[in-house]
Design a protein. Structure first.
Length: 224
């Protein structure tokens, strides 16, 4: 086999949700989107002195975000009271909408049925990818959480790897995530989640899916 590592994460691009000014323990979604945007070569505009993830959170939880929640995901509104059942930043379709709205173009696409092979091809082609899942915690229980997919290690068959490109999910021996809350392998006692390794088995078990080979994901188009 001919191993090849694709890792698009850099230490200075890692964002932790723990220092967010707004809802630090509930902004894994916006923080992961900012990391995925950077991975794709894009910067989310924000006012001076404001972290981009805080700006995105404030935008989504503001009037325009609530309007988008009602328009795009009426199922997230209580029919009896008219109140939101979920904050807009926690609804995937609205999260992608907010990114596109602030950037002024359609760069993020959310789907519940991204094929595994397509996701890996997008990743190796420079796209940013954000996924949600249930992460195991020591002592039992799970954390509903959102992370950015930062890279992977692929075992290409011997010979020219271009003969086997795009890669297939079955060729992966490892993935890397940028986790804004920390390292899930330590049950988050380690608060640094940059370049956290994840096995393909964990990826399939943890990340939210639709069927055997489909995943919920935001794919952010590369700027290159």
């Amino acid at each position: 086999m001919n191993p090849r590592v694709y890792n698009f994460s850099q230490d200075n691009d890692y964002h932790t949700q723990r220092n967010n000014a707004l809802i630090p323990h509930a902004s894994c979604n916006t923080t992961s989107m900012v990391m995925a945007l950077k991975q794709a070569g894009r910067d989310l505009p924000a006012p001076a002195g404001v972290q981009p993830e805080d700006h995105l959170t404030a935008f989504l939880r503001g009037e325009k975000g609530m309007e988008a929640l009602r328009r795009l995901t009426p199922w997230a509104i209580d029919k009896a009271t008219g109140e939101a059942l979920y904050p807009p930043n926690e609804v995937h379709a609205v999260l992608s909408w907010g990114v596109n709205e602030l950037l002024g173009e359609e760069v993020s696409t959310f789907r519940v049925d991204w094929d595994l092979d397509v996701l890996i091809h997008e990743l190796t082609d420079g796209a940013g990818i954000v996924l949600s899942g249930l992460f195991p915690l020591q002592g039992g229980g799970e954390l509903s959480h959102v992370v950015s997919l930062a890279g992977c290690r692929i075992a290409y068959p011997q010979g020219n790897e271009q003969d086997h490109f795009p890669p297939k999910f079955e060729q992966l021996t490892q993935l890397f995530i940028d986790d804004p809350y920390g390292n899930y392998l330590t049950s988050y006692t380690d608060h640094h989640g940059n370049n956290t390794p994840m096995s393909p088995i964990d990826f399939m078990r943890i990340m939210k899916r639709s069927g055997d080979r489909k995943k919920w994901a935001h794919v952010i188009r590369s700027a290159v």
